[in-house]
Write a protein that binds this ligand. Structure first.
Ligand code: NAP
Length: 332
């Protein structure tokens, strides 16, 4: 026998929930996966519009921006703003609009054609949603050199903001030539006695202002046209082997910390089966952040876009929430 429960939605709509044939609860109107600037903005808009919203993030929010020491190009902060502080402000704003923020990692999003809803698996339990905004960003890339796996979290780190203080008065190396590597190299000079910046080319990808800050910092020594060939250590990391690409010469350098900022890969696995991706694995969305799966919207760094910044992530998040609202209202 079928049994139904009538539910009054947060926007005043009534929904019928089948309680007797294994169909899951529709726990939320909107589930946001990812707590970086895109996810937080989407949650702020969704919560403010009155939708029952939860945001899942394994770190409780922050994303890449939350591990960035200082952000100098976010409007409204002419002297820069600390990344963790900015993200905490966004999280507090989301909570103030009734959004639940939970320390969960979304493992898989499943779409059910039967009732056009979603199941969101966070590992130990499955939640229901009428719409999903996926903003899980990117994952840090590794070098793929001998010794790297062994010394992950034993000297090798992807987060200077989190681990920098462990290297007070030590020598550390930073690998990469983009905004992340250069910004974090400067940050690390607060603690380390010397920061070696190892970059595979002679030119930096980072913005000019950031390059200037690196060039004028006496604690930073640049090793350009150079690559890390291997890392070594005992219990913890003690050094790296670096090859000069111009001379072919290899040198062993003593470093206690190695910070990798060699780019990011899209964190697309939980929704891969529901979206289209480009040749690099980034999700292809429409201008309104919609995907080929109705009700699934993708925002932020995980989507294909020309500029990955906090400002553009915030715009994506707002657009995704607006589109999710439109989708929910159209479905009644
Ligand atoms: P990125 O711009 O992709 O830079 C990655 C760097 O790693 C590049 O310099 C690249 O070298 C190097 N690299 C890649 N693979 C390597 C390998 N196997 N071995 C050695 N080096 C390797 O990444 P990002 O710096 O993390 O920046 C990502 C995005 O976030 C960018 O759009 C950036 O502007 C933005 N961001 C902005 C800010 C800010 O404006 N405040 C701060 C952080 C990040 P090549 O240059 O030779 O390719």
């Amino acid at each position: 026998m079928l049994a139904f429960e009538v539910k009054l939605g947060t926007r005043g709509y009534l929904s019928l929930r089948n309680t007797d044939n294994g169909v899951r609860d529709l726990d939320y109107d909107i589930i946001v996966a990812g707590g970086g600037p895109a996810g937080m903005t989407a949650a702020i808009y969704s919560g403010r519009a009155g939708w029952k919203t939860v945001l899942f993030d394994p770190m409780g929010g922050g994303g890449q921006a939350g591990t960035t020491d200082m952000v100098y190009n976010y409007p409204g902060f002419p002297d820069g703003v600390s990344g963790p502080e900015l993200m905490e402000l966004m999280a507090n704003q989301a909570r103030a609009f009734g959004v639940k923020i939970e320390y969960e990692e979304v493992q898989k999003v499943v779409h059910s054609d039967a009732d056009a809803g979603f199941k969101v698996d966070v590992g130990h339990e499955v939640h229901g949603a009428r719409a999903v905004i996926y903003a899980s960003g990117t994952l840090p890339r590794k070098l793929g050199v001998p010794g790297e796996e062994k010394y992950l979290a034993k000297g090798i780190s992807f987060c200077a903001t989190c681990d920098g203080a462990l290297f007070r008065d030590k020598v550390v190396a930073v690998v990469g030539g983009g905004d992340s590597a250069l910004t974090e190299a400067v940050f690390l000079t607060k603690f380390a006695k010397e920061v070696l910046l190892i970059h595979r080319r002679d030119e930096f990808r980072a913005g000019l202002a950031t390059v200037k800050r690196v060039e004028t910092n006496p604690k930073i020594k640049m090793l350009l046209s150079s690559v890390v060939e291997s890392v070594r250590g005992e219990e913890v990391l003690t050094g790296v082997s670096v090859r000069d690409l111009k001379t072919g010469e290899t040198r062993d350098l003593d470093v206690q910390g190695l910070f990798l900022y060699v780019g990011w890969s899209p964190n697309v696995e939980p929704v891969r089966h529901l979206v289209e991706t480009d040749e690099y694995g980034y999700v292809i969305t429409n201008e309104d952040m919609s995907t080929k799966t109705p009700g699934l919207f993708v925002a932020g760094d995980v989507r294909r876009k020309p500029l990955r910044q906090i400002t553009t992530a915030v715009g994506d998040g707002a657009t995704a929430a607006w589109s999710a609202e439109k989708y929910l209202l159209e479905r009644g």
